[in-house]
Design a protein around this ligand. Structure first.
Ligand SMILES: Cc1cc2nc3c(=O)[nH]c(=O)nc-3n(C[C@H](O)[C@H](O)[C@H](O)COP(=O)(O)O)c2cc1C
Length: 282
């Protein structure tokens, strides 16, 4: 099926070779061990699937990211930016962006660092790519004990430590965290109310393969704007694809995030876009 697709579509696939190159070079250089980002081969303190299982949004930070983790994540952000033709970088100096948001949702404290995600070249899939690669960075951070939270609305864009704040589409706050306190647990319970069951996350016309269900299970753990979980995965006519009801608000970002989780667990590659196909590697 993959080989029958027109060349123009082929160009839109993330190539396995590219992703493997990123996974191996960065990890081997930094840690001296091998992590295949998508195949999950090799040893690691915590792999990205384990990170997906324990990740929750963190809003109370006790300090900036440690130096070694900062340069590791920064280097990875640069590599992903090149792959996706977007601009993702890790930055210090985010504290002023979070002054003045007092509603419980979005009540951040101690934010110093964060990823700034954006870029000048807005392709049709720009926001989805930010979601996909941003979430891989979130999971890498989680695996190192760095806390994160995607922030689409509750920050001041005009206070960003960037020469072109208007080119930043979304932020991921990041930093040192300790065990969740009462405030964070309360926000978690509030936003997690009404979370979808697994069966509400997919549609199928026959029993789907195991890899598909593994993918959905991991996607169910993904963060989404106001916990909306707008992505539905489909197994129809022997083909897997993902859709969102519309491309408004942050739904393309949510779709990129959910696709990243799905690909990690299922093993394979996504076609960008609403209704994009998944090509399993098995
Ligand atoms: C695209 C996107 C935008 C978000 N924007 C905000 C935000 O502005 N403020 C905030 O406090 N949390 C924000 N979040 C975090 C979500 O509220 C959180 O992911 C969701 O409630 C699920 O909780 P969890 O991440 O702990 O699983 C955002 C998440 C995503 C994916």
């Amino acid at each position: 099926m993959f080989f029958l697709l027109p060349a123009v579509l082929y160009n839109d696939f993330f190539t396995i070779a590219q992703k493997k190159r990123v996974g191996y070079t960065v990890t081997e250089r930094r840690r001296g061990i091998c992590l295949d980002v998508f195949g999950m081969k090799g040893a690691f303190e915590m792999n990205l699937l384990e990170a997906a299982a324990i990740r929750v949004s963190r809003r109370s930070f006790i300090g900036p990211i440690g130096e070694e983790d900062f340069s590791y994540l920064q280097e990875l952000a640069v590599q992903y930016s090149g792959l996706a033709e977007v601009e993702i970088r890790l930055s210090h100096g985010l504290a002023p962006c979070f002054k003045g948001f007092h509603a419980s949702y979005g009540m951040f404290s101690g934010v110093e660092d964060g990823f700034l995600l954006g870029g000048a070249h807005h392709t049709a899939d720009h926001m989805e790519k930010l979601g996909y690669y941003g979430e891989l960075l979130v999971l890498e951070a989680t695996a190192r004990g760095v806390g994160t939270c995607w922030v689409g609305g509750t920050y001041r864009q005009d206070m960003l430590p960037s020469t072109s704040p208007e080119l930043v589409d979304i932020v991921i706050a990041a930093g040192q965290v300790k065990q969740r306190g009462l405030k964070e647990k309360a926000i978690y319970s509030m936003v997690h109310r009404g979370r979808k069951s697994l069966s509400q996350m997919y549609r199928c016309d026959e029993t789907p393969p195991d890899w598909f269900l593994r993918g959905v299970e991991c996607a169910a753990l993904a963060p989404s704007a106001v916990n909306r979980q707008p992505v539905t995965f489909h197994w129809m006519d022997g083909r897997a694809f993902a859709s969102v009801p519309d491309m408004g608000d942050f739904r393309p970002v949510d779709m990129g995030i959910a696709k990243a989780h799905f690909a990690l667990a299922a093993g394979g590659d996504w076609q960008w876009g609403n209704g994009g196909n998944f090509i399993p590697s098995v």
